[in-house]
Design a protein around this ligand. Structure first.
Ligand code: HEC
Length: 103
């Protein structure tokens, strides 16, 4: 039983790492122009995504895809994304470590 639990944990970790790597490759190609190569936005008007909760990111992408959330650019970008791609992109942006400092 213990071994089984370990195996489950290992598989979960592995698939998360796979999601991060696939998400990163997709983001480099399709999102980095505006959201920055490290998820810190390079285009004025685009939000930072680095370190954001994966659950929030996937929800927003699904909302753009379904039309529940509307934005000229993001609606168009999210339309063709599959659930798996959304999971991967959310895992990538979530995995980026950010630190904050109050002034
Ligand atoms: C041409 C510029 C551009 C590209 C490319 C782009 N985005 Fe965006 N993105 C924006 C802008 C601008 C917003 C703010 C939209 C709004 O006000 O709803 C945004 C918003 C978002 C949000 C919502 C963030 C929040 O805080 O609510 C997510 C998530 C997101 N983008 C993910 C992505 C992903 C993933 C990709 C690549 C597949 C991508 N974007 C590509 C410009 C872009």
């Amino acid at each position: 039983m213990k071994r089984f639990v370990f195996l489950m944990a290992f598989c979960a970790f592995n698939s998360f790492a796979d999601d991060v790597a696939s998400g990163r490759a997709k983001a480099d190609a399709a999102c980095a122009l505006c959201h920055g190569p490290n998820g810190v936005a390079t285009m004025p008007g685009a939000p930072n995504l680095a370190g954001q909760q994966a659950i929030y990111l996937s929800e927003q992408l699904k909302n753009y895809r379904s039309g529940k959330r509307q934005h000229e650019v993001m609606t168009y970008i999210a339309k063709p994304l599959t659930d798996a791609e959304i999971t991967q992109l959310a895992a990538w942006y979530n995995s980026i470590k950010v630190s904050v400092e109050a002034p």
